[in-house]
Structure formats: C-alpha cells, structure tokens
Design a protein. Structure first.
Length: 94
C-alpha cells in the first residue's frame, strides 16, 4: 500500500474518476483526529465489501493521522483520506 500525503496524485487513468474508491473526512480538534477509530472501522468494512485492499491496522492508521497532523501543525480543521484502486484501462472489459 502506497501512502501519499500531498500533492494528490491522480491521473486520467485512475479508477477514482469512475467512482471506484473510498474516502473519509476526519475532523481535527486541538491537534487530535476525532473519532479516528470509527473512521478506521468504516473504511475497513467498506474496503472489504468492494474488494479494495486496505492493509493498515488501527495502530498504523492512528500513527499516520497523528504524524500528518503534527507535520502540518493542524490544530483545527479536517483531513480527507482517499483509498484508491489505482490506474486501469477504461471501457468495458472483453
């Protein structure tokens, strides 16, 4: 799994443009992600339902969020997390 923080790397071949992918928007207050456990559980469950690989555990998820918050000095605001399936050919498979 590749973790990218910024800039948001999207190509015209990315399946996100066809609606294939997931996202979570996580509020941040006082340098802490709010309800990060619930966001993790929802993302994990949704990824499993559509067979999208997501191999972070809760500890890794929390560490990534906290590192992002600290590195960007994000006291209040939000983080949008995307889980993408990546590039693929467009059109109907034969």
């Amino acid at each position: 799994m590749k973790i990218q923080t910024s800039p948001f790397p999207i190509t015209t071949a990315d399946r996100l443009l066809l609606g294939e992918g997931l996202f979570e928007t996580i509020a941040v207050s006082n340098f802490k992600p709010l309800y990060s456990d619930a966001h993790f559980e929802r993302l994990t469950k949704s990824a499993k339902q559509i067979s999208l690989p997501f191999d972070l555990n809760l500890k890794q998820w929390t560490e990534h969020l906290e590192n992002y918050i600290q590195n960007h000095k994000l006291e209040y605001g939000g983080i949008k997390v995307y889980l993408l399936s990546g590039d693929a050919n467009r059109g109907i498979a034969e």
